[in-house]
Design a protein around this ligand. Sequence first.
Ligand code: ATP
Ligand code: MG
Length: 453
Amino acid sequence: MIRDFLRKVFGPRGAPRGRLKIIPFERHRISRERVSRCALRVTTTLQSRGHAAFVVGGAVRDLALGLEPKDFDVATDAVPEEIHAAFRRSRIIGRRFRLVHVMCGPETVEVSTFRGLAGAGGEENTEHSSRDEHGRILRDNVFGTQEQDALRRDFTVNAMFYDPATQQIWDYQNGFADLEVRRLRMIGDPEQRYREDPIRMLRAVRLSAKLGLVIDPGTRAPIQGMAELVQNVPASRVFDEMLKLLLSGHAKECVLRLRKEGLHHGVLPMLDVILEQPMGERFVMLALAHTDRRLQEDKPVSPGFLFAALLWHEVLAAWKGYQDKGVKPYPALHEAMDDVLSVQEEKLAIPRRYDAVMREIWSMQPRFENRSGRRPFTLLEHPRFRAAYDFLLLRCESGELPGEIGQWWERFQHGGKEERNALLLPGDQRKRRRRRRKAPRDDAAAAAAPAED
Ligand code: ATP
Ligand code: MG
């Protein structure tokens, strides 16, 4: 009874009610022009139908930091059916928690109804919320008030609501003040929130690295001791979060911070692959820095390329193993690729759709070492040449291959017809012709540098 009373007075986390702070435009300087067209249309339409509607979460945080949000989310008191009815191009998605996707042109805005506290900790299981034996939330499907919606979010800086109509931020958790001092602070009791959803530990590391925020000591302290709870999270969800982290534009920084926080070593198999290859660490770190650089220059990056890089030294080791057993280089490489993929795809939950790219990038590598005759021309025409060439450059940069090979291919691909012919290695050409006459398929050099796939 006392607990019920306290809850009534202080709210479910012991936080006094009425802590709502309204931050005016003059303080945050976010003008509604910075909100995407689609998000603006969504909030305006819902408000005109008598609903509350705000831009919420990462978008408000990014705008307040002067960054361009990746995407816009809207939170409202309208239920999914009402949202869906308000927009012709919209659909209700999600089974665990129903949301609405509203489409305008190429943009999609995710609109969710304010969620209640079943997922915010401290509540007993209800028919709408259940947990596993570690306290991890398995289901949480209740609607709630705006204040409750703020409470169930992870960090204070992720729990701000922006109303484009008034250009005000509604802030229940002091997120704005935290953002001003560049602090990442968990809402509620950090230990309990990590137990409910261990992925929040990875989010803490990613967001702090990406946004240059310092993790509040109370939020940071429990991570080391709780790291292993990540193992209870379905592998596909860990994979999704790792992918976000690797494609955040700050992958290298994230990975180093994960190690510092003790979130590797059996906890994140992908990180073990990255950090625990004595030979490969330099190569993998170069690959991460390369990806970060491309993202910062707004160039596209392919996850397949990244996974190919993460696993390359495993492939190399397995390749050598097969050759030591007497298998010829080319078949040995294919055996090695099969082995590494079948073990690692399962362990790291890498979806099968990246298979083809990884295999192509790997199997093209030996072909770069053949620089005579027609073969370099054929390789140049391969649709995946660019990715395989970038991969080759990483191998050169890491010291695995002489830098001269990368420079040769740089000149060859950009040279005119005459320059290309002049670049071909004539010695090899003669040798090849002589050998071909004698024993066309049965020589190691040909096998090591297969001509065609
Ligand atoms: P970004 O999109 O830049 O990676 P984000 O914070 O927007 O970062 P999303 O995954 O898009 O991340 O989530 C949107 C919002 O949903 C967050 O800002 C946060 O309020 C809430 N949220 C996301 N994941 C969690 C979680 N694991 N626990 C609690 N709240 C979460
Ligand atoms: Mg987001």
